[in-house]
Design a protein around this ligand. Sequence first.
Ligand SMILES: [Zn+2]
Length: 486
Amino acid sequence: MAVQLYNTLTRQKEDFVPLRPPAVKMYVCGPTVYNYLHVGNFRGPVVCNLLRNWLEHRGFQVHFVLNFTDVDDKIIKASVEQQVPPEQISEKYIFEYKKDFAALGLRAHEANPTVTGSMPEIISFIATLIEREHAYVTPNGDVYYAVRSFPGYGQLSGRKVDDLRSGARVEVGEIKRDPLDFALWKTAKPGEPAWASPWGQGRPGWHIECSAMACKHLGEQIDIHGGGTDLMFPHHENEIAQSEGALNERFSKYWFHWNMINFDGQKMSKSLGNFTTMRDFLQKHHPEIYKWMILSVHYRNTADFNPEVMDRAVTVLGRIYSALATAESLLPHEGEGVKADPAFEKIAQETWARVEKSLDDDLNTPEAFAAMFDFLRQFNAQVKRGVKVSEAAQGKALVFRDLIRRLGSMMSLFQQPAASFLRDLDDLLLAAKSLDRAEIDKLVEQRAAARLAKDFKTSDEVRDKLAGMGIAVSDTPNGSHWEVAK
Ligand SMILES: [Zn+2]
């Protein structure tokens, strides 16, 4: 069965057939780098990481390019405020973005072009548009795209040029033939960074950079163009007008848009005080919590982050990793010499078939996770924590671990040694409760000593005290084990 993707351009799910299989050319609009990125900025990277992995799993070779916007009003503003050159701002925040990206365990892209590194291509792209009469130069040296010269304008967002015109505004100082026209090149204002061009010193508009960079790195036609739904209009509409106007060919075959993240049902904004940078988030939460929250919602739906959703993510990851810890405790190093249990292997194959069907269906991650949970329940029913090592238990543990790791490898989830993941998760939960590991260890030892001395009154008291702190203690043949209740 083919992979199906929802194509914003045609407003339907379509079989994914790239222009020249097995190659897949994929371009995604990256961030403007003037500050730490917020958690909403990483939904795309997490979803696109899965998309790329899944297409590769299905035999395609994905060439994935994501740009950085390093010339922009916001960067200039930050550079003036902080009294440093603009490139110092953009270089710093590209570095910081890459740090967050790496902390999330996402695969690096094939190329991360920047505007400053693509200036000759941007200028020549604009020159082509002028030559083909899709753009014009104003007396002060600005260049605008003439929207009405491109009959297909509005095809992606489903808007009509005449409807748009009534809402269009002309900013002070702009000399446009039509209010809908948008800037390709802006004459430099004093003190602004500027580059030489046939139209004088200036800098490119935002939209043109993506057309030029996609063409430079991937060629004139691409298979997938991705971005958040907020970029659909006008940014992506303008990219189509530029690329198809200059190249006279369809620009991208598929348009892939992911939806926004809300906080407690509200849009994230600085004024509402619910603006969270990824850096802050990762100081308090494990990266897998973020990826789980993103992928447990279908990418085309709005994802809501709220305390309940976060608690649920912790519980769910705790359950998966606890089962993985059970499996790992049964297996010798890397599972060497263990034979897969045939009956359980059959269940795993059925599960994997369900996962494939779900992810082929426009990356239906909630369905894929539902299949995984059914599998998890079967494992937990058949292999209990603390069970004695036997050939049967090992055979099931091996099958379970391999399937969870295989699914997780597509999503950058479930790849860590389970014991250390659970410990990291507990450390973050303890920090959130202002509790100390050593203090809990001491109480757990006290309880064990009381039990040994058959002083059950004391042992029960200590257990209740621990329960009050949100710590669950369980007794296994290897001694007492505690974890933060999830
Ligand atoms: Zn773009």
